[in-house]
Design a protein around this ligand. Structure first.
Ligand code: NAI
Length: 355
């Protein structure tokens, strides 16, 4: 099937396939929109089941970045890169170098950073070959570096707001939260929740992460299959996308879903399914925007840690606004968020066309 015919193709401006025999790199860079500015979004390194799956992921993730950046009020469009791993091995230095050169050839239309499977040290290799990269080591007191703790902070603040809207409680103290995935973001989120006095249930496919969370946060463990249907107040998907489908939504016992994972809904109708079950869904790209806010401040070289914190503290306001509209219209929060984001992008595109 051609890219144009894929259900997740949404008028993407550019989808670039990169192969390099010498280093063995296989990667895809998808640019969804540059209406608001250069397309920004992280680079995911993942062992996909098929090339089709990698293309779908790149298309969906880059669209999500457009929406995320629009609602975060950033002068950035949406893009994403995926590196296709073979045999589960992480990308090599030579592969990151080739990837950096490929980004450079796009002359600033796409800016990369970390995502699942890539770290600050990897972006430092990319930075030797292009300036269109962020998530590097920041200067003293400056915003930047690993975006994961900032992503976790935004999710945490969004979750507190979602829980207040749902339960009337001002804090997450004593709230029971199930966290799926204790990686960079999930771990930082667990820490914030633990400090607030929430009780945690965690799952990860990496057993050592679960053991550490048990030890450090007094978390209970659930299997990776069962975590989403745990008997908790809030579920926080912080691993991979597509985890909320019809069956899993039916099995949910939580009344709030608020997590970091991109593209949590397997299908747009899942937003309506969550609403029908009276589950407050905090749209993923609304609450997980803290990381890209950090990446953007670092990239544009403008912003202190304090300014970044202020920006992240705006996430709960955006979420409340979306929830208000959704309740008054009796529509899904995900649909409202998509509509608001599309309208911001559309207006910017129209203004650009007029200029
Ligand atoms: P990570 O790779 O550090 O952590 C993911 C964790 O999930 C790993 O510990 C992995 O073992 C675990 N995992 C994988 N499949 C699982 C499954 N089926 N069940 C339970 N655990 C599973 O990734 P990171 O950076 O923490 O990102 C997590 C999610 O948040 C991703 O969807 C990412 O796209 C999204 N995100 C991350 C941002 C960041 O700043 N790192 C920014 C915005 C979104």
């Amino acid at each position: 099937m051609s890219v144009y015919d894929k259900p997740d193709f949404d008028g993407h401006e550019c989808v670039q396939f990169i192969t390099d025999r010498a280093s063995g790199l296989k990667a895809i860079i998808a640019i969804h929109s540059t209406a608001l500015g250069p397309a920004a979004g992280g680079c995911r390194a993942w062992q996909y089941l098929s090339q089709e799956a990698a293309v779908t992921d790149a298309l969906r993730l880059s669209q999500g970045m457009s929406f995320k950046n629009a609602l975060a009020g950033l002068p950035l469009g949406g893009g994403k890169a995926v590196i296709l791993l073979s045999h589960g091995l992480p990308p090599t230095v030579a592969q990151f170098a080739t990837f950096g050169r490929a980004i450079n050839e796009l002359q600033g239309r796409y800016i990369t950073a970390e995502d699942v499977g890539t770290r600050v040290v990897d972006m430092q290799i990319v930075a030797r070959h292009t300036k269109f990269v962020s998530g590097l080591t920041p200067g003293e007191g400056r915003a930047g570096g690993d975006p994961s703790p900032k992503t976790a902070l935004g999710v945490f603040l969004g979750m507190r707001t979602a829980w207040r809207l749902k339960s009337g409680q001002e804090s997450l103290r004593n709230a029971r939260v199930a966290v799926q995935g204790c990686g960079s973001v999930g771990w930082a989120l667990c820490r914030l929740l633990h400090e607030e006095g929430a009780s945690l249930v965690v799952a990860d496919v990496a057993p050592d992460r679960v053991a550490q969370a048990e030890q450090e946060f007094g978390a209970a463990r659930a299997s990776a299959d069962e975590i989403l249907s745990s008997d908790v107040d809030i579920v926080a998907p912080c691993a991979m996308g597509g985890v909320l489908d019809e069956a899993r939504i039916e099995a949910l016992r939580a009344s709030v879903v608020c997590g970091a994972a991109n593209n949590q809904l397997s299908d747009p109708e899942d937003g309506e399914r969550l609403r029908a079950r009276d589950v407050l869904y905090a749209p993923d790209y609304v609450v997980n925007a803290g990381g890209i806010m950090a990446v953007a401040m670092e990239y544009f070289g403008a912003g202190s840690e304090r300014e970044l914190r202020n920006k992240i503290e705006g996430i709960p306001h955006t979420l409340s606004h979306i929830v208000d509209i959704a309740s008054s219209e009796r529509s899904a929060t995900s649909a409202v968020a998509d509509r608001l984001a599309r309208s911001i992008i559309h207006e910017a595109g129209a203004a650009r066309a007029m200029a």
